[in-house]
Design a protein around this ligand. Structure first.
Ligand code: MTE
Length: 333
């Protein structure tokens, strides 16, 4: 059963923590003026961060079923400094709510995450539909601190809560003919203001090869920072695949389908030259429009902050590289 921190399910911020709107608007106007000058791009980033710091981020609260222990899966815990909750919950990609980083928080308030169910179907011995309450208890909830590297060139370090997707997949008993897994996410034009747009084909669909989906690092996640996932981060259940670019980590999952054919993913359909099916983080293979060699860690984006070198497979090489032995990663990007 879902137990939340107050009746509405939300922890509201104290009024004193919130900058009055007028002060915030004045500051924005000043920053826009400054940002049009020489160091424009860097200042705009800085201004964006300042604006995000002013946003109210209601926290969805704790849940008894999320009581989590640190993971023992090799590679699942990094000692790097965590991204703040504020940054992780205000700088998001969730195109169903808009393409600006602040849109998912702003425009997801009407999106309903209860009741929720997830079906697992296709090439499995047992097709099953799980209510979110049952799904939460299907595997032992763990905390994993993962780096997430976005294809756009930024990264975060987030403590996720969940269990390996393999726990779920083995319950449905994949058939021998299953080679891929397709992930289908929620689409609701009444509560998702951007699904009328043609920016992507909806629902948002992603995919993995079956061995990637069964890899212990592939996480089915229900929470972050010890609490329920906020809507903008993919409530009530999402995927986190830490060695792949962030767009493979599908949010608000409603259906998982095992297939023989490679799934046609939303990004591959929209721009096949730019986004491949594999999308493993790879500093040696540039995106056609920009380099992937370095990244900006969110929270280190001060005016003179240095970029970090992007690591092969986002630093998870020793855990995952063997799955791609003999593959030309330029061809299979
Ligand atoms: N899932 C859905 N349903 N819709 C999306 O637009 N964006 C992806 C991914 N999952 C996306 C999605 C992209 S591009 C990234 S980088 C990550 O979510 C961002 O996750 P975060 O906002 O929790 O950091």
């Amino acid at each position: 059963m879902l137990i939340r921190s107050d009746e509405s399910g939300w922890n509201h911020k104290a009024g004193s923590e919130i900058t009055p709107q007028r002060v915030y608007q004045d500051r924005r106007a000043w920053m826009r003026g400054v940002a049009s000058g020489a160091a424009g791009a860097a200042l705009a980033l800085w201004a964006g961060r300042d604006a995000r710091a002013q946003m109210q981020t209601p926290r969805p609260g704790k849940l008894a079923a999320l009581a989590a222990v640190p993971s023992k899966v090799p590679g699942a815990m990094t000692m790097e400094r965590l991204t703040t909750y504020q940054d992780a919950s205000t700088y998001n990609n969730f195109y169903e709510f808009g393409t600006d980083k602040s849109d998912p928080l702003k425009y997801s308030t009407r999106f309903q995450t209860t009741p929720w169910s997830l079906s697992v179907e296709g090439l499995v011995k047992q097709t099953r539909t799980f209510a979110i309450e049952d799904l939460l208890k299907l595997g032992a909830q763990e905390e994993r601190i993962y780096r997430l590297r976005c294809v756009e060139g930024w990264s975060m370090v987030i403590p996720w809560i969940g269990y390996s997707l393999s726990e779920l997949l083995r319950r449905v008993e994949p058939l021998g003919s299953a080679r891929f897994v397709e992930f289908v996410t929620a689409v609701d034009s009444k509560t998702m203001p951007n699904v009328d747009s043609t920016v992507l084909e909806w629902p948002y669909v992603e995919g993995l090869r079956l061995d990637e989906a069964m890899h212990p690092l592939t996480l089915l996640s229900f929470g972050m920072y010890g609490e329920i996932l906020p809507k903008q981060n993919g409530a009530p259940v999402r995927l986190v695949v830490p060695w792949k670019y962030g767009f493979k980590s599908s949010k608000s999952l409603v259906k998982i389908r095992l297939t023989e054919e490679q799934p046609r993913t939303s990004w591959v359909k929209s721009a096949p030259r730019e986004y491949g099916f594999f999308s493993n983080v790879n500093p040696n293979v540039d995106h056609p429009r920009w380099s992937q060699a370095t990244e900006r860690r969110i929270g280190e984006d001060g005016l003179f902050a240095k970029k970090r070198k992007t690591l092969m497979f986002n630093g998870y090489e020793s855990q995952v590289a063997s799955m791609y032995a003999g593959m030309d990663l330029r061809k299979f990007y």
